[in-house]
Design a protein around this ligand. Structure first.
Ligand SMILES: [Zn+2]
Length: 107
């Protein structure tokens, strides 16, 4: 299985990792198991944190800072381990299809 620089494998690329909330907690679903099996988050690191945001000049509402959090996610059922990032130092506008069509956000 090919690992990417961000720690995420091919199984989480191109829209294949999905999830949902219950109340306001968000859960990632295992990309290998059926029936939206919930993955555990085993660890996270702050990959980047900065006082500015590179996209603030493109939007009316300004982000307070820039950040990237990287999570290690794990499926207890099938033992699959993967990585996913949450970041506002990447393009966050338009539609998901448009981002995928552009090849997605890179490092
Ligand atoms: Zn699984």
């Amino acid at each position: 299985m090919k690992a990417h620089p961000n720690g995420g494998t091919d199984l989480v690329q191109d829209g294949k990792l999905t999830g949902a909330t219950d109340t306001d907690y968000f859960y990632f679903f295992c990309p290998k198991c059926p029936d939206k099996h919930i993955m555990r988050m085993l660890d996270y690191v702050v990959r980047e944190e900065r006082d500015d945001n590179p996209y603030n000049d493109k939007f009316k509402k300004k982000a307070k800072k820039g950040f990237t959090l990287a999570f290690q996610i794990y499926c207890e059922k099938c033992k699959h381990t993967d990585g996913v990032r949450l970041s506002n130092i990447c393009w966050q506008g338009g539609t998901h299809d448009e981002v995928l069509h552009r090849g997605g956000n890179k490092d």
